[in-house]
Design a protein. Structure first.
Lengths: 237, 354
Protein backbone atom coordinates (compact mmCIF):
# COMPACT_ATOMS: atom_id res chain seq x y z
CA UNK A 1 0.00 0.00 0.00
CA UNK A 2 1.26 3.42 -0.94
CA UNK A 3 2.15 5.59 1.95
CA UNK A 4 1.84 8.96 0.29
CA UNK A 5 -1.74 9.71 -0.54
CA UNK A 6 -1.60 13.19 -1.99
CA UNK A 7 1.42 15.02 -3.26
CA UNK A 8 1.18 18.63 -4.36
CA UNK A 9 4.34 19.97 -5.95
CA UNK A 10 5.01 23.64 -6.68
CA UNK A 11 1.56 24.72 -7.87
CA UNK A 12 0.86 28.23 -9.10
CA UNK A 13 -2.78 29.26 -9.46
CA UNK A 14 -4.01 32.50 -10.99
CA UNK A 15 -7.37 34.25 -10.95
CA UNK A 16 -6.99 36.24 -14.15
CA UNK A 17 -3.90 38.33 -13.49
CA UNK A 18 -3.93 37.77 -9.74
CA UNK A 19 -1.29 35.32 -8.61
CA UNK A 20 -3.23 33.55 -5.82
CA UNK A 21 -1.05 30.52 -5.05
CA UNK A 22 2.67 30.97 -5.32
CA UNK A 23 4.62 27.75 -5.54
CA UNK A 24 2.91 25.70 -2.86
CA UNK A 25 4.06 22.14 -2.14
CA UNK A 26 2.76 19.76 0.49
CA UNK A 27 1.87 16.13 0.98
CA UNK A 28 -0.63 14.01 2.87
CA UNK A 29 0.30 10.54 4.09
CA UNK A 30 -2.15 7.68 4.44
CA UNK A 31 -4.10 7.74 7.68
CA UNK A 32 -3.17 11.29 8.60
CA UNK A 33 -5.20 14.36 9.41
CA UNK A 34 -3.41 17.27 7.76
CA UNK A 35 -4.66 20.80 8.13
CA UNK A 36 -4.07 23.95 6.13
CA UNK A 37 -4.60 27.02 8.29
CA UNK A 38 -4.39 30.66 7.45
CA UNK A 39 -6.25 33.95 7.43
CA UNK A 40 -8.93 35.05 4.96
CA UNK A 41 -7.57 35.19 1.45
CA UNK A 42 -4.47 33.17 2.21
CA UNK A 43 -5.45 30.70 -0.48
CA UNK A 44 -6.69 27.73 1.52
CA UNK A 45 -9.82 27.08 -0.50
CA UNK A 46 -8.01 27.81 -3.75
CA UNK A 47 -5.59 25.00 -2.99
CA UNK A 48 -8.43 22.56 -2.24
CA UNK A 49 -10.27 23.55 -5.41
CA UNK A 50 -7.10 23.01 -7.40
CA UNK A 51 -6.63 19.53 -5.94
CA UNK A 52 -10.26 18.61 -6.66
CA UNK A 53 -9.97 19.86 -10.23
CA UNK A 54 -12.29 22.86 -10.04
CA UNK A 55 -9.32 25.14 -10.71
CA UNK A 56 -6.17 24.56 -12.73
CA UNK A 57 -2.58 25.13 -11.75
CA UNK A 58 -0.31 26.76 -14.32
CA UNK A 59 2.76 24.88 -13.24
CA UNK A 60 3.73 22.02 -10.96
CA UNK A 61 1.88 18.80 -10.38
CA UNK A 62 -0.79 17.23 -8.21
CA UNK A 63 -0.70 13.49 -7.78
CA UNK A 64 -3.06 11.24 -5.87
CA UNK A 65 -1.96 7.70 -5.05
CA UNK A 66 1.03 8.26 -7.37
CA UNK A 67 -1.19 9.13 -10.34
CA UNK A 68 -1.10 12.66 -11.76
CA UNK A 69 -4.55 14.26 -11.45
CA UNK A 70 -3.65 17.86 -12.32
CA UNK A 71 -5.30 17.69 -15.73
CA UNK A 72 -8.32 15.53 -14.83
CA UNK A 73 -11.88 16.90 -14.69
CA UNK A 74 -13.52 16.94 -11.24
CA UNK A 75 -15.86 13.97 -11.70
CA UNK A 76 -12.98 11.72 -12.71
CA UNK A 77 -11.08 12.73 -9.59
CA UNK A 78 -14.07 11.92 -7.37
CA UNK A 79 -14.42 8.52 -9.01
CA UNK A 80 -10.74 7.93 -8.22
CA UNK A 81 -11.40 8.16 -4.47
CA UNK A 82 -10.81 11.79 -3.59
CA UNK A 83 -13.90 13.60 -2.33
CA UNK A 84 -14.35 17.22 -1.36
CA UNK A 85 -16.87 18.78 0.99
CA UNK A 86 -17.16 22.21 -0.60
CA UNK A 87 -17.13 25.38 1.45
CA UNK A 88 -20.42 26.73 2.74
CA UNK A 89 -22.34 23.46 2.91
CA UNK A 90 -23.38 23.27 -0.71
CA UNK A 91 -26.21 20.77 -0.34
CA UNK A 92 -29.01 20.37 -2.90
CA UNK A 93 -31.55 22.54 -1.09
CA UNK A 94 -34.70 21.27 -2.82
CA UNK A 95 -33.94 17.58 -2.51
CA UNK A 96 -34.52 15.46 0.57
CA UNK A 97 -31.63 14.48 2.80
CA UNK A 98 -31.67 10.96 1.41
CA UNK A 99 -31.74 12.16 -2.20
CA UNK A 100 -28.73 14.33 -1.40
CA UNK A 101 -26.89 11.30 -0.10
CA UNK A 102 -27.85 9.24 -3.13
CA UNK A 103 -26.38 11.92 -5.38
CA UNK A 104 -23.09 11.46 -3.53
CA UNK A 105 -22.96 7.86 -4.71
CA UNK A 106 -23.49 8.88 -8.32
CA UNK A 107 -20.24 7.30 -9.45
CA UNK A 108 -21.02 3.94 -7.84
CA UNK A 109 -23.24 0.93 -8.38
CA UNK A 110 -26.62 0.54 -6.65
CA UNK A 111 -25.69 -2.19 -4.20
CA UNK A 112 -22.51 -0.46 -3.11
CA UNK A 113 -24.43 2.76 -2.68
CA UNK A 114 -26.99 1.07 -0.42
CA UNK A 115 -24.16 -0.22 1.74
CA UNK A 116 -22.61 3.24 2.00
CA UNK A 117 -26.00 4.71 2.85
CA UNK A 118 -26.36 2.35 5.80
CA UNK A 119 -22.82 3.31 6.81
CA UNK A 120 -23.50 7.03 6.67
CA UNK A 121 -26.73 6.61 8.65
CA UNK A 122 -24.83 4.75 11.33
CA UNK A 123 -22.31 7.54 11.59
CA UNK A 124 -24.90 10.30 11.41
CA UNK A 125 -28.05 9.04 13.18
CA UNK A 126 -29.46 12.55 12.89
CA UNK A 127 -29.49 12.27 9.12
CA UNK A 128 -31.45 9.06 9.36
CA UNK A 129 -34.10 10.81 11.43
CA UNK A 130 -34.27 13.59 8.85
CA UNK A 131 -33.96 11.48 5.74
CA UNK A 132 -37.29 12.55 4.21
CA UNK A 133 -36.83 16.20 5.07
CA UNK A 134 -36.01 18.76 2.38
CA UNK A 135 -32.37 19.71 2.83
CA UNK A 136 -33.09 23.45 2.75
CA UNK A 137 -35.10 23.13 5.96
CA UNK A 138 -32.30 21.40 7.89
CA UNK A 139 -30.30 23.35 10.46
CA UNK A 140 -26.78 24.54 9.66
CA UNK A 141 -25.14 21.73 11.58
CA UNK A 142 -27.35 19.13 9.94
CA UNK A 143 -26.53 20.54 6.52
CA UNK A 144 -22.83 20.28 7.30
CA UNK A 145 -23.35 16.66 8.35
CA UNK A 146 -25.30 16.09 5.15
CA UNK A 147 -22.52 17.57 3.03
CA UNK A 148 -20.01 15.34 4.80
CA UNK A 149 -22.24 12.28 4.49
CA UNK A 150 -22.72 12.98 0.81
CA UNK A 151 -18.97 13.11 0.25
CA UNK A 152 -18.58 9.84 2.16
CA UNK A 153 -21.09 8.15 -0.15
CA UNK A 154 -18.42 7.98 -2.84
CA UNK A 155 -16.33 5.95 -0.37
CA UNK A 156 -13.30 8.22 -0.63
CA UNK A 157 -9.81 7.32 0.52
CA UNK A 158 -9.02 10.97 1.02
CA UNK A 159 -11.66 13.41 2.25
CA UNK A 160 -11.05 17.11 1.85
CA UNK A 161 -13.08 19.39 4.10
CA UNK A 162 -13.34 23.09 3.37
CA UNK A 163 -14.13 25.10 6.52
CA UNK A 164 -16.52 22.67 8.19
CA UNK A 165 -16.85 25.00 11.18
CA UNK A 166 -18.07 27.94 9.14
CA UNK A 167 -21.11 29.60 10.69
CA UNK A 168 -21.76 26.91 13.28
CA UNK A 169 -22.33 27.26 17.01
CA UNK A 170 -19.29 26.21 19.14
CA UNK A 171 -21.01 23.10 20.42
CA UNK A 172 -21.77 21.98 16.87
CA UNK A 173 -18.20 22.71 15.80
CA UNK A 174 -17.02 20.36 18.52
CA UNK A 175 -19.44 17.67 17.33
CA UNK A 176 -18.29 18.02 13.72
CA UNK A 177 -14.64 17.76 14.71
CA UNK A 178 -15.42 14.73 16.84
CA UNK A 179 -16.93 13.10 13.76
CA UNK A 180 -13.86 14.00 11.68
CA UNK A 181 -11.69 12.27 14.27
CA UNK A 182 -13.91 9.17 14.19
CA UNK A 183 -13.79 9.07 10.39
CA UNK A 184 -10.03 9.23 10.52
CA UNK A 185 -9.94 6.39 13.05
CA UNK A 186 -12.09 4.38 10.63
CA UNK A 187 -9.37 4.73 8.00
CA UNK A 188 -10.23 7.83 6.01
CA UNK A 189 -7.33 10.18 5.39
CA UNK A 190 -8.32 13.80 5.96
CA UNK A 191 -7.17 17.10 4.50
CA UNK A 192 -8.77 19.87 6.52
CA UNK A 193 -8.88 23.55 5.66
CA UNK A 194 -9.81 25.77 8.58
CA UNK A 195 -9.82 29.29 9.90
CA UNK A 196 -10.44 27.96 13.37
CA UNK A 197 -6.77 27.09 13.80
CA UNK A 198 -7.04 26.07 17.46
CA UNK A 199 -9.73 23.52 16.72
CA UNK A 200 -8.05 22.21 13.58
CA UNK A 201 -4.64 21.79 15.18
CA UNK A 202 -6.15 20.02 18.19
CA UNK A 203 -7.21 17.05 16.04
CA UNK A 204 -4.58 17.18 13.27
CA UNK A 205 -1.30 15.30 13.00
CA UNK A 206 0.45 17.93 10.94
CA UNK A 207 -0.31 21.43 9.80
CA UNK A 208 0.74 23.92 7.14
CA UNK A 209 0.40 27.64 7.79
CA UNK A 210 -0.48 29.67 4.70
CA UNK A 211 0.26 33.34 4.24
CA UNK A 212 -0.84 35.17 1.09
CA UNK A 213 -0.46 32.21 -1.22
CA UNK A 214 2.75 30.80 0.28
CA UNK A 215 3.41 28.19 2.92
CA UNK A 216 5.00 30.08 5.79
CA UNK A 217 5.52 27.27 8.29
CA UNK A 218 4.93 23.57 8.43
CA UNK A 219 5.32 21.36 11.45
CA UNK A 220 3.51 18.82 13.57
CA UNK A 221 0.26 20.08 15.00
CA UNK A 222 1.49 20.16 18.58
CA UNK A 223 4.52 22.22 17.57
CA UNK A 224 2.34 24.68 15.70
CA UNK A 225 0.05 25.01 18.69
CA UNK A 226 3.07 26.12 20.73
CA UNK A 227 4.75 28.16 18.03
CA UNK A 228 4.84 31.79 19.17
CA UNK A 229 4.42 33.31 15.72
CA UNK A 230 1.44 31.10 14.96
CA UNK A 231 -0.05 31.76 18.36
CA UNK A 232 0.20 35.47 17.86
CA UNK A 233 -1.23 35.47 14.35
CA UNK A 234 -3.98 32.88 14.56
CA UNK A 235 -4.61 31.74 18.07
CA UNK A 236 -5.14 35.11 19.76
CA UNK A 237 -1.89 35.46 21.71
CA UNK B 1 -35.22 4.34 -1.38
CA UNK B 2 -38.36 5.92 -2.83
CA UNK B 3 -39.91 9.03 -1.51
CA UNK B 4 -43.44 7.65 -1.50
CA UNK B 5 -44.40 4.07 -1.36
CA UNK B 6 -46.05 3.05 -4.60
CA UNK B 7 -49.17 0.95 -4.26
CA UNK B 8 -49.65 0.44 -7.97
CA UNK B 9 -46.73 -1.47 -9.48
CA UNK B 10 -44.59 0.23 -12.11
CA UNK B 11 -45.70 -1.45 -15.40
CA UNK B 12 -49.34 -0.94 -14.44
CA UNK B 13 -48.72 2.75 -13.83
CA UNK B 14 -47.45 3.15 -17.39
CA UNK B 15 -50.34 1.09 -18.69
CA UNK B 16 -52.98 3.24 -16.98
CA UNK B 17 -51.47 6.41 -18.43
CA UNK B 18 -51.04 4.87 -21.88
CA UNK B 19 -54.63 3.60 -22.01
CA UNK B 20 -56.06 6.94 -20.91
CA UNK B 21 -53.92 8.82 -23.42
CA UNK B 22 -54.95 6.44 -26.21
CA UNK B 23 -58.61 6.86 -25.27
CA UNK B 24 -58.21 10.64 -25.37
CA UNK B 25 -56.58 10.41 -28.82
CA UNK B 26 -59.29 8.10 -30.12
CA UNK B 27 -62.18 10.26 -28.89
CA UNK B 28 -60.69 13.48 -30.20
CA UNK B 29 -59.71 11.90 -33.50
CA UNK B 30 -63.15 10.47 -34.14
CA UNK B 31 -64.69 13.84 -33.28
CA UNK B 32 -62.45 15.50 -35.87
CA UNK B 33 -62.84 12.92 -38.63
CA UNK B 34 -66.56 12.73 -37.88
CA UNK B 35 -66.82 16.46 -38.47
CA UNK B 36 -67.93 17.44 -34.96
CA UNK B 37 -64.85 19.66 -34.72
CA UNK B 38 -64.31 21.91 -37.72
CA UNK B 39 -61.14 22.03 -39.79
CA UNK B 40 -60.47 25.49 -38.35
CA UNK B 41 -60.70 24.29 -34.77
CA UNK B 42 -58.70 21.16 -35.36
CA UNK B 43 -55.95 23.38 -36.80
CA UNK B 44 -55.96 25.34 -33.55
CA UNK B 45 -55.84 22.13 -31.56
CA UNK B 46 -52.82 21.04 -33.59
CA UNK B 47 -51.04 24.32 -32.95
CA UNK B 48 -51.79 23.87 -29.24
CA UNK B 49 -50.06 20.49 -29.46
CA UNK B 50 -47.06 22.10 -31.17
CA UNK B 51 -46.87 24.76 -28.47
CA UNK B 52 -47.00 22.06 -25.81
CA UNK B 53 -44.02 20.27 -27.37
CA UNK B 54 -42.11 23.56 -27.56
CA UNK B 55 -42.88 24.55 -23.98
CA UNK B 56 -42.23 21.11 -22.48
CA UNK B 57 -38.92 20.85 -24.32
CA UNK B 58 -37.84 24.34 -23.31
CA UNK B 59 -38.86 23.52 -19.75
CA UNK B 60 -36.29 20.74 -19.86
CA UNK B 61 -33.51 23.28 -20.47
CA UNK B 62 -34.77 26.11 -18.24
CA UNK B 63 -36.81 24.41 -15.55
CA UNK B 64 -34.87 21.21 -14.99
CA UNK B 65 -31.38 22.12 -16.13
CA UNK B 66 -31.50 25.74 -14.96
CA UNK B 67 -30.03 27.25 -18.13
CA UNK B 68 -31.56 30.07 -20.13
CA UNK B 69 -31.60 29.33 -23.86
CA UNK B 70 -33.11 32.24 -25.82
CA UNK B 71 -33.03 30.66 -29.25
CA UNK B 72 -35.69 27.97 -29.10
CA UNK B 73 -37.34 29.40 -32.23
CA UNK B 74 -34.05 28.91 -34.08
CA UNK B 75 -34.10 25.18 -33.35
CA UNK B 76 -37.76 25.11 -34.33
CA UNK B 77 -36.86 26.77 -37.65
CA UNK B 78 -34.12 24.22 -38.33
CA UNK B 79 -36.56 21.37 -37.75
CA UNK B 80 -39.29 23.07 -39.76
CA UNK B 81 -37.15 23.70 -42.85
CA UNK B 82 -35.49 20.29 -42.73
CA UNK B 83 -38.70 18.32 -42.54
CA UNK B 84 -40.52 20.65 -44.97
CA UNK B 85 -37.82 20.09 -47.59
CA UNK B 86 -37.97 16.34 -47.07
CA UNK B 87 -41.75 16.32 -47.37
CA UNK B 88 -41.67 18.51 -50.46
CA UNK B 89 -39.25 16.22 -52.23
CA UNK B 90 -41.28 13.21 -51.14
CA UNK B 91 -44.40 14.82 -52.61
CA UNK B 92 -42.49 15.69 -55.77
CA UNK B 93 -41.64 12.04 -56.30
CA UNK B 94 -45.02 11.35 -57.84
CA UNK B 95 -44.45 7.66 -58.05
CA UNK B 96 -44.43 7.42 -54.29
CA UNK B 97 -47.81 8.98 -53.88
CA UNK B 98 -49.46 6.76 -56.48
CA UNK B 99 -47.76 3.68 -55.10
CA UNK B 100 -48.63 4.29 -51.46
CA UNK B 101 -51.82 6.27 -51.96
CA UNK B 102 -52.83 9.08 -49.66
CA UNK B 103 -51.19 7.31 -46.74
CA UNK B 104 -47.70 8.10 -48.06
CA UNK B 105 -47.59 10.89 -45.48
CA UNK B 106 -47.94 8.36 -42.69
CA UNK B 107 -44.70 6.75 -43.81
CA UNK B 108 -42.66 9.81 -44.58
CA UNK B 109 -43.86 12.39 -42.14
CA UNK B 110 -42.55 10.77 -38.93
CA UNK B 111 -39.19 10.20 -40.59
CA UNK B 112 -39.10 13.81 -41.78
CA UNK B 113 -39.97 15.02 -38.28
CA UNK B 114 -37.20 12.97 -36.70
CA UNK B 115 -34.77 14.26 -39.33
CA UNK B 116 -35.81 17.80 -38.41
CA UNK B 117 -35.28 17.01 -34.74
CA UNK B 118 -31.85 15.58 -35.45
CA UNK B 119 -30.86 18.65 -37.45
CA UNK B 120 -31.80 20.85 -34.49
CA UNK B 121 -30.03 18.52 -32.06
CA UNK B 122 -26.85 18.60 -34.14
CA UNK B 123 -26.71 22.39 -34.01
CA UNK B 124 -27.50 22.34 -30.30
CA UNK B 125 -24.53 20.03 -29.79
CA UNK B 126 -22.28 22.34 -31.79
CA UNK B 127 -23.16 25.47 -29.81
CA UNK B 128 -23.77 23.71 -26.50
CA UNK B 129 -20.38 22.05 -26.25
CA UNK B 130 -18.37 25.25 -26.02
CA UNK B 131 -21.02 27.32 -24.22
CA UNK B 132 -21.93 24.79 -21.56
CA UNK B 133 -18.37 24.18 -20.41
CA UNK B 134 -18.66 27.55 -18.75
CA UNK B 135 -20.77 28.46 -15.78
CA UNK B 136 -23.16 31.37 -16.03
CA UNK B 137 -25.10 33.19 -18.69
CA UNK B 138 -23.00 32.45 -21.74
CA UNK B 139 -25.56 30.05 -23.14
CA UNK B 140 -28.26 32.75 -23.07
CA UNK B 141 -26.11 35.14 -25.11
CA UNK B 142 -24.97 32.44 -27.51
CA UNK B 143 -28.43 31.04 -28.20
CA UNK B 144 -29.82 34.56 -28.56
CA UNK B 145 -27.27 35.16 -31.31
CA UNK B 146 -27.80 31.72 -32.80
CA UNK B 147 -31.56 32.19 -33.17
CA UNK B 148 -31.03 35.47 -35.00
CA UNK B 149 -28.34 33.98 -37.23
CA UNK B 150 -30.66 31.18 -38.30
CA UNK B 151 -33.42 33.65 -39.10
CA UNK B 152 -31.16 36.02 -41.03
CA UNK B 153 -29.53 33.20 -42.98
CA UNK B 154 -32.91 31.76 -43.96
CA UNK B 155 -34.06 35.22 -44.94
CA UNK B 156 -31.12 35.80 -47.26
CA UNK B 157 -30.31 32.56 -49.00
CA UNK B 158 -32.55 31.79 -51.95
CA UNK B 159 -30.66 28.84 -53.23
CA UNK B 160 -28.07 26.46 -51.96
CA UNK B 161 -25.39 25.36 -54.47
CA UNK B 162 -27.62 26.22 -57.36
CA UNK B 163 -30.70 24.43 -56.03
CA UNK B 164 -33.69 26.59 -55.25
CA UNK B 165 -34.32 25.40 -51.74
CA UNK B 166 -35.54 27.76 -49.08
CA UNK B 167 -36.75 30.71 -51.20
CA UNK B 168 -35.37 33.26 -48.75
CA UNK B 169 -37.71 36.05 -47.78
CA UNK B 170 -40.46 34.84 -50.09
CA UNK B 171 -40.85 31.83 -47.88
CA UNK B 172 -41.12 28.14 -48.54
CA UNK B 173 -44.51 27.36 -50.02
CA UNK B 174 -46.71 24.43 -50.97
CA UNK B 175 -45.47 22.22 -48.18
CA UNK B 176 -47.75 19.18 -47.96
CA UNK B 177 -50.08 19.84 -45.04
CA UNK B 178 -49.59 16.46 -43.46
CA UNK B 179 -49.89 17.50 -39.81
CA UNK B 180 -53.00 15.99 -38.34
CA UNK B 181 -54.35 15.97 -34.86
CA UNK B 182 -53.22 12.39 -34.41
CA UNK B 183 -49.64 13.03 -35.55
CA UNK B 184 -49.30 16.08 -33.36
CA UNK B 185 -50.60 14.52 -30.22
CA UNK B 186 -48.75 11.26 -30.63
CA UNK B 187 -45.59 13.38 -30.67
CA UNK B 188 -46.87 15.38 -27.69
CA UNK B 189 -47.21 12.05 -25.88
CA UNK B 190 -43.76 10.91 -26.93
CA UNK B 191 -42.19 14.21 -25.87
CA UNK B 192 -43.80 14.17 -22.43
CA UNK B 193 -43.03 10.49 -21.94
CA UNK B 194 -39.37 10.73 -22.94
CA UNK B 195 -38.69 13.84 -20.88
CA UNK B 196 -40.65 12.51 -17.90
CA UNK B 197 -38.91 9.14 -17.79
CA UNK B 198 -35.56 10.78 -18.40
CA UNK B 199 -36.08 13.09 -15.44
CA UNK B 200 -37.01 10.14 -13.23
CA UNK B 201 -33.81 8.30 -14.12
CA UNK B 202 -30.38 8.83 -12.60
CA UNK B 203 -29.56 11.06 -15.56
CA UNK B 204 -32.50 13.22 -14.62
CA UNK B 205 -31.29 13.41 -11.04
CA UNK B 206 -27.92 14.55 -12.28
CA UNK B 207 -29.60 17.25 -14.38
CA UNK B 208 -31.67 18.44 -11.40
CA UNK B 209 -28.62 18.52 -9.16
CA UNK B 210 -26.87 20.84 -11.63
CA UNK B 211 -29.79 23.25 -11.34
CA UNK B 212 -29.65 23.01 -7.55
CA UNK B 213 -25.93 23.60 -7.20
CA UNK B 214 -23.39 23.17 -9.93
CA UNK B 215 -20.30 23.05 -7.70
CA UNK B 216 -21.86 20.50 -5.38
CA UNK B 217 -22.91 18.42 -8.38
CA UNK B 218 -19.38 18.49 -9.65
CA UNK B 219 -18.02 17.41 -6.27
CA UNK B 220 -20.46 14.47 -6.30
CA UNK B 221 -18.69 13.15 -9.37
CA UNK B 222 -21.26 14.30 -11.92
CA UNK B 223 -19.89 15.41 -15.27
CA UNK B 224 -21.72 18.71 -15.43
CA UNK B 225 -20.61 19.53 -18.97
CA UNK B 226 -21.91 16.22 -20.26
CA UNK B 227 -25.28 16.47 -18.55
CA UNK B 228 -25.80 20.12 -19.43
CA UNK B 229 -25.10 19.34 -23.07
CA UNK B 230 -27.36 16.28 -22.95
CA UNK B 231 -30.28 18.25 -21.51
CA UNK B 232 -29.81 21.06 -23.99
CA UNK B 233 -29.57 18.73 -27.00
CA UNK B 234 -32.69 16.78 -25.99
CA UNK B 235 -34.52 20.07 -25.57
CA UNK B 236 -33.47 21.20 -29.04
CA UNK B 237 -34.38 17.85 -30.60
CA UNK B 238 -38.01 18.18 -29.56
CA UNK B 239 -38.07 21.83 -30.65
CA UNK B 240 -37.02 20.57 -34.08
CA UNK B 241 -39.87 18.07 -34.09
CA UNK B 242 -42.31 20.81 -33.14
CA UNK B 243 -40.94 22.84 -36.04
CA UNK B 244 -41.64 20.00 -38.47
CA UNK B 245 -45.20 19.69 -37.19
CA UNK B 246 -45.61 23.44 -37.54
CA UNK B 247 -44.46 23.29 -41.17
CA UNK B 248 -46.98 20.56 -41.93
CA UNK B 249 -49.71 22.47 -40.12
CA UNK B 250 -49.49 25.82 -41.89
CA UNK B 251 -48.03 24.73 -45.25
CA UNK B 252 -45.97 27.90 -45.65
CA UNK B 253 -42.70 28.72 -43.90
CA UNK B 254 -41.47 32.26 -43.57
CA UNK B 255 -38.22 33.09 -41.76
CA UNK B 256 -39.85 36.01 -39.97
CA UNK B 257 -42.10 33.67 -37.97
CA UNK B 258 -39.01 32.29 -36.17
CA UNK B 259 -37.77 35.55 -34.76
CA UNK B 260 -36.69 36.47 -31.27
CA UNK B 261 -40.29 37.15 -30.22
CA UNK B 262 -41.19 33.52 -30.91
CA UNK B 263 -38.43 32.35 -28.57
CA UNK B 264 -39.66 34.75 -25.93
CA UNK B 265 -43.23 33.56 -26.43
CA UNK B 266 -42.17 30.00 -25.64
CA UNK B 267 -40.14 31.17 -22.66
CA UNK B 268 -43.19 33.06 -21.36
CA UNK B 269 -45.20 29.83 -21.51
CA UNK B 270 -42.58 28.04 -19.43
CA UNK B 271 -42.13 30.81 -16.87
CA UNK B 272 -45.86 31.36 -16.53
CA UNK B 273 -46.56 27.66 -16.03
CA UNK B 274 -43.78 27.30 -13.52
CA UNK B 275 -40.18 26.44 -14.34
CA UNK B 276 -39.68 22.78 -13.59
CA UNK B 277 -43.32 21.76 -13.88
CA UNK B 278 -44.36 19.78 -16.94
CA UNK B 279 -48.01 20.21 -16.09
CA UNK B 280 -47.49 23.97 -15.88
CA UNK B 281 -45.87 24.04 -19.32
CA UNK B 282 -48.69 22.01 -20.84
CA UNK B 283 -51.40 24.19 -19.31
CA UNK B 284 -49.88 27.56 -20.08
CA UNK B 285 -48.92 26.50 -23.61
CA UNK B 286 -52.52 25.45 -24.21
CA UNK B 287 -54.03 28.62 -22.80
CA UNK B 288 -51.57 31.03 -24.39
CA UNK B 289 -52.01 29.40 -27.81
CA UNK B 290 -55.77 29.09 -27.69
CA UNK B 291 -56.57 32.54 -26.31
CA UNK B 292 -55.23 34.69 -29.18
CA UNK B 293 -56.95 32.39 -31.68
CA UNK B 294 -60.27 32.40 -29.90
CA UNK B 295 -60.19 36.14 -29.21
CA UNK B 296 -59.05 37.30 -32.63
CA UNK B 297 -59.63 40.99 -32.02
CA UNK B 298 -57.47 40.83 -28.95
CA UNK B 299 -54.53 39.16 -30.70
CA UNK B 300 -52.83 42.43 -31.63
CA UNK B 301 -52.45 43.42 -28.04
CA UNK B 302 -51.28 40.11 -26.72
CA UNK B 303 -47.68 41.20 -26.21
CA UNK B 304 -48.92 43.95 -23.92
CA UNK B 305 -51.09 41.47 -22.08
CA UNK B 306 -48.24 38.93 -21.90
CA UNK B 307 -46.00 41.39 -20.15
CA UNK B 308 -48.76 42.46 -17.78
CA UNK B 309 -49.61 38.86 -16.94
CA UNK B 310 -45.94 38.04 -16.42
CA UNK B 311 -45.42 41.00 -14.09
CA UNK B 312 -48.50 40.08 -12.09
CA UNK B 313 -47.50 36.41 -11.85
CA UNK B 314 -43.96 37.31 -10.81
CA UNK B 315 -45.31 39.55 -8.04
CA UNK B 316 -47.85 37.12 -6.64
CA UNK B 317 -46.39 33.74 -7.54
CA UNK B 318 -42.73 34.06 -8.51
CA UNK B 319 -42.35 30.33 -9.11
CA UNK B 320 -45.03 30.32 -11.83
CA UNK B 321 -48.58 29.07 -11.63
CA UNK B 322 -47.68 25.50 -10.82
CA UNK B 323 -44.31 26.04 -9.16
CA UNK B 324 -42.44 22.78 -9.48
CA UNK B 325 -45.56 20.72 -8.81
CA UNK B 326 -46.17 17.88 -11.20
CA UNK B 327 -49.39 15.98 -11.51
CA UNK B 328 -49.29 12.22 -11.27
CA UNK B 329 -52.48 10.34 -11.90
CA UNK B 330 -51.06 7.26 -10.22
CA UNK B 331 -49.92 9.28 -7.23
CA UNK B 332 -53.52 10.44 -6.90
CA UNK B 333 -54.77 6.86 -7.20
CA UNK B 334 -52.26 5.81 -4.53
CA UNK B 335 -53.69 8.40 -2.18
CA UNK B 336 -57.23 7.33 -2.98
CA UNK B 337 -56.49 3.67 -2.29
CA UNK B 338 -54.91 4.62 1.01
CA UNK B 339 -57.99 6.63 1.94
CA UNK B 340 -60.28 3.72 1.08
CA UNK B 341 -58.13 1.30 3.03
CA UNK B 342 -58.95 3.35 6.06
CA UNK B 343 -57.88 6.53 7.71
CA UNK B 344 -54.29 7.28 8.38
CA UNK B 345 -52.64 4.03 7.42
CA UNK B 346 -49.97 6.19 5.85
CA UNK B 347 -49.02 7.84 9.09
CA UNK B 348 -48.86 4.61 11.03
CA UNK B 349 -46.55 3.19 8.44
CA UNK B 350 -44.38 6.32 8.31
CA UNK B 351 -41.57 7.23 10.62
CA UNK B 352 -37.86 6.67 10.50
CA UNK B 353 -37.91 2.90 10.22
CA UNK B 354 -40.36 2.67 7.40
Amino acid sequence: MLKTMLKVNDINVYYGSIHAIKGVSFSVERGEIVTLIGANGAGKSTILNTVSGLLRSKTGSVSFLDKPIGSLVPHKIVAGGLAQVPEGRRVFLNMTAEENLEMGAFTRKGAEAAESLADVYMRFPRLKERRKQIAGTLSGGEQQMLAMGRALMSKPELLMLDEPSMGLAPILVEQIFEIIKELNAAGVTILLVEQNAQMALSIADRGYVLETGRIATSASASELLNNDAVKKAYLGG
Amino acid sequence: MKRNQMLIPMPLRYLINAVLFAAFLWIMNSLITGGAISRYHSGIISSIGISIILAVSLNMATGYLGQLPLGHAGFMALGAYTSALIMKSAAAAKGLESALGASYAAYFFPAALVAGGLAAALFALLIGMPALRLRGDYLAILTLGFGEIIRVVLLNIDNVLGFKLTNGAAGLQKIPTTTTFLFTFIFVGITCFVIHTMMKSRHGRAILSIRENEIAAESCGISTTYYKTLGFVVSAFFAGIAGGLYAGNVGILNPSSFGFMKSIEILVMVVLGGMGSMLGSVLSASVLTALPELLRSFAENRMVVYSLVLVIVMIFKPTGLMGTYDFSLNGLLDKLILKLKGGNARFQKGGPDE
